[in-house]
Design a protein around this ligand. Sequence first.
Ligand SMILES: Cc1cc2nc3c(=O)[nH]c(=O)nc-3n(C[C@H](O)[C@H](O)[C@H](O)COP(=O)(O)O)c2cc1C
Length: 155
Amino acid sequence: MNIGIIIYSQSGNTRKVAGKLQTRLNQSGHQSRIEEITINGKVPAQPGQFELSDIPEPGEYDAVILGSPVQAFNLNPVMRAYLDQLPAMQGIEVAFFITKQLPVKWTGGTQAVGIMKDACVAKGAVVKGAEIIFWTAGKRQERIEQAVENLVALF
Ligand SMILES: Cc1cc2nc3c(=O)[nH]c(=O)nc-3n(C[C@H](O)[C@H](O)[C@H](O)COP(=O)(O)O)c2cc1C
């Protein structure tokens, strides 16, 4: 499949996972590409105080994997702004991954995934699954590898 890995990464963690995911997808026979959402405005982005600069087009792909950090117990505002302007995604398969610091529940991961799912379903996409990666959790490398394998297995 032709798979787009569309991410926002402020400090590099999400980008790092995306790189591993691209490698494994391509080893599995897919063609995948990483595209980064970028902004004009101060970092960390505050809602309403930035503009999207690079806006990847999901319609170019058979499947899209969206990756984003949690910020302030919620989905990062840049990914939220990207989702707000999504075009139709009828029939496109989607999956998600989230990176976050705090390895405990109720600190934004599940909520972030829910927002991504709802936005993509509203545009006609077919949701396949999601992974949440706690950046400070023990065995982080193993967790990243497991999350990547789980995502690859969806396609
Ligand atoms: C402004 C800001 C707010 C954050 N808020 C949270 C939070 O509420 N919960 C959490 O688990 N991590 C939080 N984090 C940590 C990031 O989600 C985590 O470091 C993530 O992996 C960063 O991804 P990136 O390097 O791709 O930007 C926050 C980070 C920043 C900079």
